[in-house]
Design a protein around this ligand. Structure first.
Ligand code: BGC
Length: 676
């Protein structure tokens, strides 16, 4: 399985040397072996830029938009490009292992780390992550897919057990990891903090040995999340290769004693060391010259990549004939809200990045609006102990809301930026946030909408923020997720029609929390440390379809300034297992634009429980006005298999299948039934 060079090195190692390699050092490094010329590798977080891991001074670097924003682009090539830029950024800091991407699925809007992940659908998350990983690894940097698995909330994350029936575990929560392994050829997998069906994932023989290594043939390194090991023997036997940030449990003293007592076989240790050294070998890390920081990155190009993700990932949810702004009629714009300026680029926690520059929405609007439009900023909301400081400034004794209303009244249009990480409410690693927008923000939307109906709300959040409560007060809503350092510019370009929005929702926006598939099984308020995933395989849109619940904004939805016509669907078998879906797409509006076309498939006469439809393909298609392109999407019979819990095998159900092409999960434009 490994190369001769790897086996030769392992052969030369003493048992002590081997055991020494199984734990990290100094927070973010692997251990070196000077005698054998094995260097120490530097790791860093991860998906949106280089985090200041292990450094005392913050590193400034490119802050890309959140992974959720990237998922909302549905642009596989762009995911690869971001990965590639990040890989280069990592190399410029002398970092060899990136601790991303994260592919834990979105069950509920409150999960603090949703923005670090890629939405609710395993196929979308898996494909985007695989391309992202390829991009990183093509630059000679190892990627780490995390957190295996079902780390879907931050609340009680060190103790909670995600209790999931095997079928849902395999078809839903493990699938993006499987795609990262099989298509992305990811170098490393990080376990999660939580337990899965009662067993900590770092000690789960079922997850690590049986599924990841044996079934999927993963030959890379399984590392723990930081301090996520609780039992040395459990981890060693289950298939954990590297304990991070140091070998607290899987340490040489402990393991040696177990080996001497005959309780642990040395071949288990050899396998771990082989995997670690294989990663070195694969990326050329045994060669010192490949470890040196490469200072040649093209910052301008990387900024462009960050901008491209923001342009394509922001989702226009509502547009009541207000956008794009008509600069012949609009002469003044008020910009306000806590997220308008200074820029909020991303989330807190280990993914936090200190941006090398950051363009706020206010700055973006000033740059794009031109000289003929007056821009007034109603200053940043100031918070003290989580509450608005009521006095606007020393000279001006009015309250923030009074002043906001006055500014709103005196301008043609208002851009109001709300969300989290604004100084009042944190969103990020370590805790869950609330479902609602905080009161200060919802009050602001309410009072401003009463004095100026030309209200555009921009939302910065890792998902829904009880939009139903305020969405009818805004004439336009743009979801920015977390926009990265160039996001303010992209948002302004969308306002003025310089960019035609093309992002589509990677999550379902529920009308009310009670509608969510996780409503009665998200938190465990009694702290029994068990969360039963009652929805089973019906995550996200699968639940809304099954229960005939109308979401506020469905999965896959997003508005454009142009319109698209879908026509002439055909489905043909091109190989034994592979089918080709072909149709024509025409831009029928009067602006160039891009459409995300989505392939959903339904097993029409299913005999086992299955979703109404599942996403099986997608593509982002760019079309000039009036242009038609023929679009081709492929799917395989294999991808339609379900996991039979009785035979414990993947099975295919022969019968009628409906092939559906949609502009969202609730906007199917073409369909055809076939026999498979
Ligand atoms: C996070 C990981 C991260 C690690 C190292 C942990 O707290 O869960 O995602 O990679 O820290 O920073």
């Amino acid at each position: 399985m490994f190369s001769k060079k790897v086996y030769d090195l392992v052969e030369k190692m003493t048992l002590d040397e081997k055991l020494d390699m199984l734990g990290g050092v100094n927070g973010f490094y692997t251990k070196a072996n000077e005698r054998l010329g094995i260097p120490s590798l530097r790791m860093s977080d991860a998906s949106v830029g280089i985090h200041a891991s292990g450094d005392s001074r913050p590193m400034e670097c490119i802050a890309y938009p959140a992974s959720l924003t990237l998922a909302a682009t549905w642009n596989i090539e762009l995911a690869r490009e971001v990965g590639s830029s990040l890989g280069k950024d990592a190399r410029s800091f002398g970092i060899q292992v990136l601790l991303g991407p994260g592919v834990n699925l979105y069950r509920a809007p409150m999960c603090g780390r949703n923005a670090e992940y890629m939405g609710e659908d395993p196929f979308l998350a898996g494909l985007m992550a695989a391309a992202f990983i390829q991009g990183i690894q093509e630059q000679g940097v190892a990627a780490t897919v995390k957190h295996l698995t079902a780390n879907n909330s931050e609340y009680d994350r060190y103790f909670s057990s995600s209790d999931i029936e095997e079928r849902a575990l395999r078809e839903v929560y493990l699938r993006p990891f499987e795609m990262a392994v099989k298509y992305g050829k990811v170098a490393a997998v990080m376990t999660s903090y939580n337990r899965v069906n009662g067993v900590y994932s770092s000690h789960s023989e079922f997850l690590l040995r049986e599924i990841l290594k044996d079934e999927w043939g993963f030959d890379g390194v399984v590392m723990s999340d930081w301090w996520a090991v609780h039992d040395g023997m459990g981890a060693a036997k289950a298939g954990l290769d590297l304990e991070m940030p140091r070998a607290k449990y899987m340490n040489p003293e402990f393991l040696k004693e177990k080996i001497e007592k005959g309780e642990l076989d040395t071949c288990v240790i050899d396998d771990k060391v082989c995997r670690i050294l294989n990663l070195y070998k694969r990326f050329g890390f045994l060669d010192q010259k490949n470890l040196k920081p490469d200072k040649t990155i093209d910052v301008k190009q990387h900024r462009k990549t960050a901008l491209a993700v923001a342009r394509e990932g922001f989702v226009l949810l509502k547009n009541d004939n207000l956008l794009p702004i008509d600069d012949k009629r609009v002469k003044s714009i008020a910009v306000m809200g806590p997220n308008s300026h200074p820029a909020v680029t991303g989330c807190g926690g280990s993914s936090f990045v200190v941006p090398e520059r950051a363009i706020s929405v206010l700055e973006g609007i000033r740059a794009v609006a031109g000289e003929n439009i007056a821009i007034t900023w109603n200053d940043k909301l100031r918070y003290k102990d989580g509450k608005i400081e009521d006095v606007f400034s020393f000279e001006d004794k009015r309250s923030y809301l009074e002043r906001a209303c006055e500014v709103a009244k005196n301008n043609d249009l208002v851009v109001l930026c709300v969300g989290y990480n604004d100084g009042a409410v944190y969103e990020g690693e370590g805790r869950d946030r609330v479902y609602h927008l905080h009161e200060q923000c919802s009050n602001l939307i309410k009072v401003v909408s009463e004095v100026n109906s030309n209200l555009i709300v921009m939302l910065m959040a890792g998902g829904n923020a009880d939009m139903n409560n305020w969405q009818n007060k805004a004439r336009a809503i743009l979801h920015l997720w977390y926009p990265g350092q160039e996001g303010g510019l992209a948002a302004a370009e969308i306002l003025f029609g310089k960019t035609n929005p093309s992002g589509k929702l990677p999550v379902t926006i529920e009308r009310r929390w009670e509608d969510s598939p996780a409503f009665d099984s998200y938190h465990d308020p009694e702290l029994r440390h068990h969360v039963e995933y009652k929805e089973g395989i019906f995550i996200g849109y699968r639940h809304y379809d099954k229960n005939k619940i109308e979401p506020l904004y469905p999965f896959g939805f997003g508005l454009s300034y142009t319109s698209f016509l879908y026509a002439k669907l055909s489905v043909d078998k091109i190989r034994d297992d592979t089918f080709e879906v072909v149709f024509d797409l025409t831009n029928t509006g009067d602006m160039n634009g891009a459409e995300v076309v989505q392939l959903y498939i339904q097993d029409s006469n299913r005999t086992v429980l299955k979703p109404e439809k599942e996403l099986m393909g997608f593509k982002k298609v760019y079309l000039s006005t009036g242009e038609t392109k023929t679009v081709t999407l492929n799917f395989s019979r294999k991808s339609l298999e379900y996991f039979d819990v009785n035979s414990r095998k993947w099975e295919f159900h022969k019968g009628h299948y409906k092939i559906m092409i949609g502009a969202s999960s609730r906007d199917i434009r073409l369909e055809q039934s076939i026999e498979l």
